[in-house]
Design a protein around this ligand. Structure first.
Ligand SMILES: [Fe+2]
Ligand SMILES: [Fe+2]
Length: 301
């Protein structure tokens, strides 16, 4: 079981070992995050999938089926977070924030490219990018569809219609950076990468996924910085807590494999308790940095 400190050591809230100091941790601002993006740039199209092709061909059918759900959630998720990000780019408040947000959108496109290439070259799904996305969509669970085709799209449209609506911007960053990236994506990335490395399989996919994870930590760092700035206003702080209270039950549903018992399931060989504990402890840790008492979420529900 990973400790919470594993997350901080990967960077997005700084490296700190004392929980009581979280509220005063120094965060990178959008200009620093933009400059970090320039230093951490990478190419999805140079990753070698030749060993991954051999591993996939000899993988037991049951493991392939489990993997298909995990991989499809990420593939479709990356497409969704790319296309639904435009409203936040339009809502920039400074030139540095605008620069950072445009890098995040191209990062998400690169992540979708990595998965599209993996589906084509390793899973052997011919046709177009759209055909492969359509195939991946068959594996998703209902909570995923509600979050990524429903809430994310609706809240993104609200921001496109009113880019200066601060409540709409706070809602969107809470959903996107705290729940989708900070709670769901980084958790999935940690467990999937750990599993592949323990099994010594899919090295090209792992190489890309680690670079994706590095990008996601930069994205979550922006969200944590932004929400801490806005949470100085008590009304916006309350709104963040209300949004989280609304979204957390849906997020818990996204982690349940299709057809599994929502109260007793496993993802690969990790128990529901392990994955949920990791996900929601990571969220609570960031909330403390932002200045929101996780215990206050129950009151906001
Ligand atoms: Fe991404
Ligand atoms: Fe991201």
């Amino acid at each position: 079981m990973p400790s919470l400190l594993d997350l901080t050591s990967q960077g997005d809230v700084g490296t700190i070992s004392d929980e009581s100091k979280l509220s005063s941790v120094t965060l990178m601002d959008p200009q620093q995050l933009y400059e970090l993006w320039e230093r951490q740039n990478w190419q999805s199209h140079t990753i070698d999938f030749s060993q991954d092709q051999r591993d996939w061909a000899t993988m037991p059918v049951e493991l392939r089926e489990q993997m298909s759900w995990n991989l499809s959630s990420f593939f479709v998720g990356e497409e969704r977070v790319t296309t639904q990000f435009s409203g936040l780019v339009m809502a920039y408040e400074t030139q540095s924030e605008e620069a950072f947000l445009t890098t995040q959108q191209v990062d998400e496109a690169r992540h979708a490219q990595h998965f599209n290439r993996f589906y084509e070259q390793v899973l052997g799904i011919d046709g177009t990018f759209e055909d492969r996305l359509q195939q991946a969509r068959r594996n998703l669970n209902p909570a995923f569809i509600e979050m990524f085709d429903g809430v994310l799209v609706d809240w993104g449209r609200r921001l496109i219609e009113s880019p200066h609506d601060m409540e709409a911007k706070v809602d969107f960053v809470t959903l996107y950076h705290m729940i989708i990236e900070g709670t769901l994506a980084l958790t999935g990335q940690w467990f999937l990468t750990d599993y592949m490395e323990r099994m010594s399989i899919l090295p090209g996919w792992v190489e890309g996924f680690k670079l994706i994870s590095q990008d996601e930590h930069r994205h979550v760092a922006y969200g944590t910085w932004f929400l801490r700035e806005k949470a100085a206003d008590p009304a916006l702080r309350r709104r963040i807590a209300e949004c989280l209270a609304e979204l957390i039950p849906l997020a818990a549903g996204v982690l349940v494999p299709p057809g599994a018992d929502p109260d007793d399931y496993a993802i690969l060989d990790y128990t529901m308790e392990e994955t949920n504990t990791f996900a929601f402890n990571a969220l609570n840790r960031r909330l403390k940095v932002i200045g929101i008492d996780p215990a206050a979420l129950a009151a906001a529900a």
